[in-house]
Design a protein around this ligand. Structure first.
Ligand code: CAA
Length: 257
């Protein structure tokens, strides 16, 4: 595993840290390849049910590595499938992922956070898509996911001015679900991840797939998919255990089957 990506597990939670402090966690091939490998590892481990993705105190990630990409020409970017080749492993990862954002989440860093299932922000977090200031545009999903997350007007404002949004504005806009004191961010994210990981893993995965369907299809298709997933969940042992436990007024003992 590359040293710019550090991993550990705590119970049923996998923790992934982006660690490239000398470059504000700028995202280069080593980081993105390492992140994909870490996700592969946690996906394959049946004892891991939820992942927390975090960075360093100053930066979740300050975007794609500008020095590494500045000399790319069209043929190189296109032929090497820049971004697509190693940035989107999070999108196929089937277990829940929480982004715990401290400091800057800019450009590709903001886009990476938006690929996660939920975003918790430290009070010092700053979100933005400043690519316009370096003569380009968001290219890892920012022009598509940001309007869905915060609405068209605010997305255009952020992308066209390149300004940064603080944690409270991000909370109001719906980009993040919780704002936490910086020194409590990771502790809280891990505690929430631990609580999530005690739920039925197959039910969590079906839930994640259903919510994500809403992004890919019209409402009627999303609703149909959700309904079929609900029907399918009645074949889980965990569904029987969960509902029996409720009726019998006891704590469920999920076996993740
Ligand atoms: N790429 C490469 N290096 C970066 C970087 C990036 N995105 N962001 C920061 N760094 C480097 C700086 O060059 C600097 O390196 P040196 O010490 O060797 O000079 C180091 O990290 C520390 O950065 P600063 O000295 O600039 O720190 P600061 O506190 O003054 O400012 C910052 C912090 C506001 C994050 C500023 O570094 C900045 O604006 N970074 C660029 C943000 C940006 O434009 N991101 C979008 C990138 S494009 C993209 O992501 C495309 C896409 O959609 C996929």
């Amino acid at each position: 595993m590359s040293q710019v990506i550090l991993t550990e597990s705590q119970g049923r939670v996998g923790l992934i840290r982006i660690h490239r402090p000398e470059a504000m966690n700028a995202l280069n091939d080593a980081v993105m390849d390492g992140l994909s490998a870490a996700l592969d590892q946690f996906e394959a481990n049946p004892d891991i049910a939820c992942v927390v993705l975090t960075g360093i105190e100053k930066a979740f990630a300050a975007g794609a590595d500008i020095a590494a990409m500045r000399n790319l020409d069209f043929a190189q970017a296109y032929s090497s499938d820049f971004i697509s080749r190693n940035w989107e492993r999070l999108l196929t990862f089937r277990k829940p992922v929480i982004a715990a954002v401290s400091g800057y989440a800019l450009g590709g860093g903001c886009e990476l956070a938006m690929m996660c299932d939920m975003v918790f922000a430290a009070e010092n977090a700053r979100f933005g898509q400043p690519e316009i200031k370096i003569g380009t545009l968001p290219g890892a999903g920012g022009t598509q996911r940001l309007p869905r997350a915060v609405g068209k007007a605010l997305a255009m404002d952020l992308c066209m001015t390149g300004r940064f949004m603080d944690a409270q504005e991000a909370l109001r806009a719906g980009l993040v679900s919780r704002v936490l004191p910086a020194d409590k961010l990771l502790e809280e994210a891990l505690a929430v991840a631990q609580a999530i990981s005690n739920q039925s893993l197959p039910a969590l995965m079906m839930l994640k797939e259903s919510v994500n369907r809403a992004y890919e299809s019209p409402l009627s298709e999303g609703l149909k998919f959700e309904r079929r997933m609900l029907h399918a969940s009645f074949s889980l042992q965990d569904q029987k255990e969960g509902m029996n436990a409720f009726v019998e007024k006891r704590t469920p003992n999920f076996t993740h089957k």
